[in-house]
Design a protein around this ligand. Structure first.
Ligand SMILES: NC(=O)c1ccc[n+]([C@@H]2O[C@H](COP(=O)([O-])OP(=O)(O)OC[C@H]3O[C@@H](n4cnc5c(N)ncnc54)[C@H](O)[C@@H]3O)[C@@H](O)[C@H]2O)c1
Length: 373
């Protein structure tokens, strides 16, 4: 059996991929863990049985025995890390959000993957949420007709103290207007405004999931935002982006760190012959095919992983599905589901949404033609 040697880069969220590659996928072996924090890298390596630890990313890039990297370092560092990994001949699995923070970097990423014929998977595990996959199947099967509009959200209560009286989720001190923890929470953008809200703070999850459900690229965006809970930060706490598609459908993404409720990843899609609503808070997919009766709850089977496995991996085990698809794409020499073009389309849409809010005007989103299969 072919074995793919993987290096984990960033030992926080990266550990989740480490567990998947070392424990759940037979065709991969984690050969190295790389983190600037040596102790963190060592602990992660010990946990997943990797023999090599390094604090230097260049060591990983130079090692010709490493076939693929799973990159989970800070958002603002990722574009360079992704592009240099591709240029070093490695397949890349990269965490969201903010895979790239400028349109120029998005093109560099696409061109590097094309030039070197390498696989890239953007890790939006949300696409493997069982309810969202069922939604997608029903849309593709024509159950709601032609899509008119759709929406999605990515919301957290980031700034209020936790229910247990601890620091707030984003580890931000509202009085001093500074991160209350070192290192700052990644959703604070590490001081780089480009990372935050729709493009970087997490909204890319929702942009990518919505675009995938709608089955189209986004063509144009207008985005508005406000800051009601942490007004002294330079960045909006809440942003609402409205996208158009080439077919004329409308998509709306809400990203917020200020909602006074539990986190949400809601999606709804409305077509000419039916409607689908996935309500995150009660984990139920609702369907209507006429305008008279009540919506009906659709039965959705869960992932085929044990509860213990899901807890160990995190994100309900969906990381396993996304990493499995990445490995299969390498083995079968095909494009992974959130391949470099899909990643580019969603990153560009999120970047244009961010710029629209900053500039107060609509933005055209570049198109990315798929030149590799
Ligand atoms: N898919 C999701 O829902 C999800 C969830 C959590 C985190 N994430 C993503 O994963 C990223 C990491 O999250 P986290 O919670 O682990 O953050 P974290 O800050 O706890 O960990 C990041 C690690 O990267 C290391 N690092 C930074 N630069 C490095 C470099 N050049 N080389 C090697 N190591 C380097 C840091 O030392 C740190 O240990 C986030 O930026 C976020 O985008 C995604």
């Amino acid at each position: 059996m072919m074995s793919i040697n993987v290096a984990i880069v960033g030992a926080g969220q990266g550990a989740s991929h480490g567990k998947v590659f070392s424990e759940l996928i037979d065709e991969t072996e984690v050969v190295a863990v790389c983190d600037l924090d040596e102790q963190r890298a060592s602990e992660c390596a010990a946990m997943i049985g990797a023999h090599r630890v390094t604090t230097r990313y260049d060591d990983v890039l130079a090692d010709r025995g490493i076939d693929a990297v799973a990159i989970a370092i800070g958002c603002h560092l990722r574009a360079d890390a992704v592009i240099s990994a591709l240029e070093a001949g490695k397949h890349v699995l990269v965490e969201v959000p903010a895979v790239a923070t400028t349109i120029g970097d998005v093109w560099r990423m696409v061109h590097a993957a094309e030039r070197l014929r390498l696989k890239l998977q953007m890790g939006n595990h949300e696409r493997w949420t069982p309810h969202k996959r069922r939604m997608k199947e029903m849309i593709v099967a024509g159950k709601i007709g032609e899509i008119m509009w759709a929406d999605g959200d990515y919301t957290h209560d980031g700034f209020r103290p936790t229910g247990r009286g601890g620091a707030n989720y984003m580890r931000f001190d509202l009085d001093s207007n500074q991160p209350a923890h070192d290192p700052p929470h990644w959703r604070l953008g590490f001081g780089n405004p480009a990372q935050e809200t729709t493009a970087g703070g997490g909204g890319l999850h929702a942009v990518d999931s919505l675009r995938w459900l709608m089955g189209e690229e986004f063509a144009e965006v207008m985005c508005f935002g406000n800051s009601r809970v942490a007004p002294y930060r330079s960045i909006d706490d809440t942003q609402a982006a409205t996208f158009t598609t080439p077919s004329g459908a409308i998509g709306r993404v809400l990203t917020s760190y200020a909602v006074c409720r539990k986190e949400s990843r809601h999606n709804a899609v409305y077509g000419t012959q039916g409607s689908l609503e996935f309500r995150w808070h009660d984990e139920t997919l609702w369907y209507a095919s006429d305008n008279h009766g009540p919506m009906v709850a659709i039965d959705v089977p869960g992932l085929e992983l044990s509860d213990a496995q899901k807890r160990r991996i995190g994100h309900g085990g969906m990381t396993f599905c996304q990493d499995r698809d990445f490995v299969d794409a390498i083995l079968e020499d095909r494009q992974p589901e959130i391949n470099v073009y899909e990643a580019a389309r969603s990153c560009a849409a999120a970047i244009c949404a961010r710029d629209s809010a900053l500039e107060g005007r609509p933005k055209r989103i570049p198109r990315f033609y798929q030149r590799m299969t």
